[in-house]
Ligand binder design. Structure first.
Ligand code: SF4
Length: 278
């Protein structure tokens, strides 16, 4: 079985950085919280919990005076204010690229634009960006409901380029003026392009990552359109029957998948199909 492993599968720069920051904080303080799971990967979150980093869903669950990590998605300014009012020590691991998008939202508002954020409305990054909009922003859904003529546009960093292009074209058909900051992160495009290439050449595809990870699910959907594909969280889910008639397998992973989980998948496939000695 020939294995093609994606070079750009697994943790992106922002996630790697957030985990490093969180682990350093956990070494110094006894028990730290992350506001929401640090990554959308169940097994990795369990591992972080063992190392002293507990995810907490809502600020209401924080009594006060705790160490709280802001994950790579960032948060709205009012969330930071609430944490400060509870005397929490805030460790901000917002990805610098997300932080830049937040600054663009602020800048557009200061320049008098009505900001349209393009992305998934319930995604934490989008909720954070929207929070920087301070009542002068909306999340793109229907251009007919946006009555403003001077629009500023900021996409979610993990948005796919086609969706961004079509939303911008739509918005431009009504507005007098549109100022765009393209904050789509290169890491997303790299993963999508590479997964597409692998799915074109391999006989089957395996996408590794959390079922709750939007970017992993998107990679899976892209691969599925091209080849027989499977989305798994761990190597234990692999079935021999998937490989029937296949001579090669492509393996990719979302931006929130630890390298070790992909290593396990490679090892498992090697075990099922040992390489012949030359
Ligand atoms: S995908 Fe890009 S913007 Fe988002 S956390 Fe990763 S590096 Fe940062």
């Amino acid at each position: 079985m020939k294995i093609y492993r994606a070079r750009h599968g697994g943790f992106c720069f922002g996630v790697k950085r957030a985990i490093k920051i969180a682990l350093e904080a956990a070494k110094k303080a006894e028990g730290v919280y992350s506001l929401g799971p640090l990554i959308h990967n169940r097994l990795a979150v369990e591992d972080l919990r063992r190392r002293g980093i507990s995810p907490i869903e809502k600020i209401s669950g924080i009594k006060g005076n705790e160490v709280v990590i802001i994950r790579s998605h960032g948060v709205a300014p009012d969330v930071l204010r609430k944490l400060e009012s509870r005397n929490c020590e805030i460790i901000d691991a917002t990805c610098p690229r997300v932080r830049r998008a937040q600054r663009y939202v602020q800048k557009l508002i200061n320049e008098g634009y009505y900001v349209v954020i393009i992305g998934e409305k319930d995604h934490p990054e989008v909720r954070g960006l929207f929070g920087y909009g301070a009542n002068h922003a909306t999340i793109y859904k229907d251009r007919h409901k946006i009555k403003k003529k001077k629009l500023g546009v900021v996409p979610q960093t993990t948005l796919n380029q086609e969706r961004f292009n079509s939303a911008v074209t739509d918005l431009m058909s009504d507005a007098m003026e549109v100022k765009i900051f393209n904050t789509i992160c290169r890491e997303t495009a790299l993963r999508i392009n590479e997964a597409t290439k692998l799915a074109e050449k391999a006989d089957i595809m395996i996408v590794v990552g959390g079922k709750n990870s939007a970017n992993t699910t998107r990679l899976y959907q892209i691969c599925k359109k091209l080849k027989r594909s499977h989305h798994i969280e761990s190597a234990g889910e692999i079935k021999r029957s998937w490989f029937k008639g296949a001579k090669s397998v492509g393996i990719t992973a979302g931006a929130s998948t630890p390298k070790e989980q992909v290593d396990d998948v490679v090892r498992k496939i090697r075990k099922v199909f040992p390489q012949k000695k030359k």
